[in-house]
Structure formats: structure tokens, C-alpha cells
Design a protein around this ligand. Structure first.
Ligand code: GUN
Ligand code: FE
Length: 448
């Protein structure tokens, strides 16, 4: 049966322009938006007259579901902790030992259940996940997405380099990692309940320093053979960027391309040290960047020049990078994307003259952050969502206009709504959530 959904809809038209309209949406049984009809038309009156129509309250509005373009599910237990070391120490001291615990699928069950629920409470309808090297635990994550109805892209992590990876947390050879990745892809594609492909496998070399050349080459070949998306970290920090330059003589982007890993919808996380040549290559391959502004404040030592990324029309969305970033909220990262860009523009050292302090023309505004959180993330992955337009899947979030710290007024225009939502949205301001036309979260699933 089709479903009729009626209310105000806020969507991005371009990164710089946002639309706010009263519409009636007709959604197919498979979750595709069949029709989008504006108020004050005969068709709108016919649809809104249906007895079973779902209405939004007057002070609420729909936005497209949010995409988290980079998140480490196994690191959820240390979110908000352990951010006192540089990336290369943090990995060995805290993160690899935590991830090694996922050899126990029961541990994964409890963490992943809590995480996926928390993400839905924060409006994340699509997530691109790093899991761990363990097949069983990574399948637990895939099943958890399916159980809750979240659109999930899940990667079994591949890492075999003995110099960087500890003996108890790495695959013992390139071949072992390749075999495990192949088996994982097959297992996700044939999971019971995944007949419509709500959950997809992703080839996931952790980052070049953690992988041998043989592994990177093999994963590139596997991506082409099985037509699977790829995700990895790229040019994240001074240390990481230089490490790859020293080892390969190339930037991460160019090295990944040489290994066949820079493909349609490949997502490069962080990517702050990419230069314009790298970004042009990303664009030419139809790959994308995951901007993780909170994590970058701790590990990158620099800010992604997101203004340039947008102006160059390189695909880009936002990532929480749990637990390099502490917040599970894409709205929180959208706020920080704006703030970081402002600090990049102004500079921060008050002892320098204004003319030398910052990088002029670096800022993005709130509408652009809203675009990154919704449409940018969906387009990066090639998911037909992100705009609530006909032909797209109905992945949507109900924003409660007078809840938490949010105060939307009836006269607020689209740009104002986008700005207020980016500034004030939280789990408290999120009502119902839909993925593929299916309502997967009630108005208040948690008492706060
Ligand atoms: N580089 C390699 N692994 C990781 C990780 O888990 N988090 C972050 N932020 N960067 C990485
Ligand atoms: Fe990361």
C-alpha cells in the first residue's frame, strides 16, 4: 500500500539554497517517493483528504535523514575518553586494545545495539561504519542495522602491517585479510532480511600505514571484481600524511588510486592535507570526502578547507569519527564544521595582526552545513535520498520545532530554519524517523 505523508519539508536545493514547502508526499510500498505535491493544488487536497494520511504537527517539519559518512562502531565505548595522545599513540594505547575485544561477539551485541539506537535518536538514517577485523562481530553490526531498519554500510577492517598493528589485532598476512574480506562481503550480501540490500558491505583498508602493498593491491582488485564500495582514512594528520609520502613517494590519494582503491563512491575520511591535485583526482573518480571536524580538532592539527571542497564540487559529507570525535550527532558535527571554517578564516592567534592571522574566504555557512549533513552525505555514497524528492527513498527525520533549545517560528524562512536547526538540533528535537518509507523510531523513544 502507498502511504501519504503531509507536512512542511525543509531540503537543500544547492549547498547555498534551501527550500521550505508544505507538501503531500505519496510513498510507494518499497519506500520510494512517488509524488511530491505542493499545497494549494487539487492533487494536494485529494491526498490530504485521505483517511490514513500521516500528518506532521504544525510546528514540526521534515528534513532528509542524516548521513554519518565516517564512524567506528567498535569505538563507541570510549567516546568522550582518551583524547590526550596524538593519533599514532592513541591507536596503539587505547584503540587497538579496545577493538581487539570484539573477538567476543557478545561484547559486540551490547555495544552495537546501543550505538545504532543512539544514532537513530540523533537522526542518522545512513551510516558508513568501520567495524573491526572480526567477521562475527562485524556481522553483528550488519544485523543490528537490519533489525533497527537503519541503512548501513559496514566494513570489516583490513590491516596486516606488522610495523603498525599489534600481533593480537591484525590479520597475519595479506591473503588472510583478502580472504576474510571476500567472505564478509558474501555474508552481508546474503544475510537473511537483507534481500533489499539495506545493509551493504564496504572494503575497508584501515589506512595505508596499517596495510601492506600486497593487501592494498588485492583489495583494489577485489573492489573491482565484486563491485563493492571502499572506505579508508587519508591524509589525516602531519604524521600520517608524511608516513605515506615517505613510504610510497605519493600522497595518500594518489597511492590509493594506484592500488585501484579510489573508485566510484570511495570515501576518504578526514583528508585535511589533500592538495588541489588530490581533490581533483577524488572528483574525477567520483569518490568523496568525509569531513570530521570534531575529530580533526584532536588529531589532524589542521582544518579541512571545506570551502574549497564545496567550491570545487568534490563530493563531501560529515562524519562523527566516533571515537576520534566524541559526539554521535551529525548536527553537532555540522555546527563544528561551521565554527572550524570560521576559525580557519579568522585565524586564532591574537598576537598576530588581523592581516596575517587567518586564511581569507574559508568560511561555510549554516545552509552549507545543513547540505553536508543531508544531501552531501547521501550523494557521496550514491544513496538515492537526501532531498525528499520524487524517485528518492523516503529517509526522513521529523524535527520538533519547539523542543529542546529549538524555537522555529511560523514566519521563519528556509535559510533561518536551516540555521536554527544546525545550531540547536539534538536528540531532544527529533521526533519520528523513517528509512525506506518505514517508520523506525517513535516520537520519544527515550525519557529525556
Ligand atoms: N587512522 C587509522 N585508524 C584510525 C581510527 O580509528 N581513527 C582515526 N581518527 N584515524 C585513524
Ligand atoms: Fe576514523
Amino acid at each position: 500500500m502507498t502511504e501519504t505523508i503531509i507536512g512542511r519539508v525543509l531540503t537543500s536545493e544547492t549547498p547555498q539554497s534551501t527550500r521550505l514547502e508544505n507538501v503531500a508526499l505519496l510513498v510507494d510500498t518499497d519506500g520510494t517517493i512517488q509524488e511530491r505535491t505542493l499545497q494549494d493544488t487539487a492533487r494536494y487536497d485529494a491526498l490530504s483528504g485521505r483517511k490514513d494520511a500521516v500528518w506532521l504537527p504544525d510546528d514540526a517539519l521534515f528534513i532528509p535523514g542524516l548521513t554519518d559518512l565516517h564512524i567506528h562502531a567498535p569505538q563507541w565505548p570510549q567516546a568522550g575518553m582518551a583524547l590526550d595522545r596524538p593519533l599514532e599513540d592513541w591507536l596503539g594505547t587505547y584503540t587497538f586494545p579496545l577493538e581487539a575485544r570484539y573477538a567476543d561477539p557478545a561484547f559486540a551485541e551490547s555495544v552495537y545495539d546501543d550505538l545504532v539506537r543512539t544514532l537513530l535518536e540523533n537522526g542518522t538514517t545512513t551510516a558508513l561504519y568501520f567495524a573491526t577485523i572480526h567477521k562475527e562481530a562485524s556481522l553483528v553490526l550488519a544485523r543490528t542495522c537490519l533489525r533497527y531498519g537503519q541503512r548501513g554500510f559496514v566494513g570489516l577492517v583490513a590491516m596486516d602491517h606488522p610495523d603498525l598493528c599489534p600481533p593480537d589485532y591484525r590479520q597475519t598476512s595479506a591473503q588472510e585479510a583478502l580472504d576474510a574480506t571476500r567472505r564478509f562481503i558474501e555474508a552481508v550480501r546474503t544475510l537473511p532480511g537483507n534481500e533489499y540490500g539495506l545493509v551493504q558491505p564496504v572494503i575497508t583498508p584501515r589506512f595505508i600505514p596499517a596495510c601492506s602493498d600486497a593487501l592494498l593491491e588485492g583489495l583494489g582488485a577485489l573492489a573491482a571484481e565484486l563491485n563493492v564500495r571502499v572506505q579508508t582514512h587519508a591524509s589525516e594528520s602531519d604524521w600520517e600524511h608524511q608516513h605515506v609520502l615517505d613510504r610510497t613517494g605519493q600522497t595518500d590519494t594518489h597511492a590509493l588510486d594506484r592500488f585501484g582503491l579510489l573508485r566510484d563512491h570511495t570515501v576518504l575520511a578526514h583528508a585535511g592535507f589533500l592538495d588541489q591535485t588530490d581533490r581533483t583526482l577524488v572528483k574525477n573518480r567520483n569518490a568523496a570526502l568525509a569531513h570530521c571536524p570534531i575529530s580533526n580538532a584532536f588529531f589532524a592539527g589542521a582544518a579541512l578547507p571545506v570551502r574549497d571542497v564545496l567550491d570545487e564540487h568534490v563530493h563531501c559529507g560529515l562524519g562523527t569519527d566516533i571515537s576520534g570525535g566524541y559526539s554521535p550527532s551529525i548536527f553537532e558535527n555540522a555546527r563544528q564544521a561551521v565554527l572550524t571554517s570560521r576559525l580557519l578564516e579568522s585565524g586564532t592567534n591574537p598576537h598576530l595582526p588581523v592581516s596575517e592571522r587567518g586564511l581569507p574566504k574559508s568560511r561555510i555557512d549554516f545552509q552549507e552545513a545543513f547540505w553536508l549533513a543531508t544531501r552531501g552525505g547521501a550523494e557521496a555514497l550514491g544513496v538515492s535520498a537526501g532531498q525528499l524528492m520524487p524517485g528518492q527513498m523516503f529517509d526522513a527525520v521529523e524535527i520538533l520545532g519547539t523542543s529542546g533549545a529549538l524555537r522555529l517560528h511560523p514566519k521563519d524562512d528556509a535559510a533561518t530554519c536551516a540555521q536554527k536547526i544546525v545550531c540547536h538540533a539534538s536528540s531532544q528535537t527529533i521526533g519520528r524517523v523513517w528509512v525506506n518509507g518505514r517508520q523506525i523510531k517513535e516520537k520519544a523513544s527515550h525519557p529525556c
